[in-house]
Write a protein of this length. Structure first.
Length: 147
């Protein structure tokens, strides 16, 4: 059985570390703003075991004029469960939560190998690729939420 529920920043680390920061210090899994009350973290559980995470930050990008923006960070699904639709479920859940909060635009830095996944969910690239040191090539992607 699959469920998605709100979790703490600390709980995201068990998925962030092996997926997003494999081989790097555990400290690299903590993001600025993780513990702000405005930041929301969600976990996808299969039969009670955490398999995927997504975090929503109240953070505006200068690239967009929308007043109500949210940034996705730390979206990850454990490797043995990738390709099962868990990531899509997490992003759809995030979109639903943000629409209810009248957020009009979602944006994030997508790893090069995740661009196709997000494009299938109607996210678009803006600008050129850029490198995040020790992490790799990324693109800024975005989507306007419709009510």
């Amino acid at each position: 059985m699959l469920t998605i529920r709100k979790i703490s920043a600390q709980e995201t680390i068990t998925v962030r570390h092996p997926v997003l920061r494999k081989g790097k210090p555990i400290e690299s899994c903590y993001f600025d703003g993780d513990n702000l009350t405005s930041t929301k973290h969600f976990g996808l559980y299969e039969n009670g075991i955490l398999q995927g995470v997504i975090s929503l930050f109240d953070h505006k990008s200068h690239l967009f004029e929308d007043k109500n923006q949210s940034q996705i960070r730390g979206m990850a699904v454990l490797e043995n469960n990738q390709g099962k639709g868990f990531g899509s479920l997490l992003v759809e859940h995030a979109e639903k939560i943000l629409k209810a909060q009248n957020v009009s635009l979602i944006w994030f830095n997508a790893r090069e190998n995740a661009v196709g996944f997000y494009q299938k969910m109607e996210y678009e690239i803006i600008g050129n690729s850029f490198d995040i040191p020790d992490v790799g090539k990324h693109y800024i992607m975005w989507k306007r939420l419709r009510s």
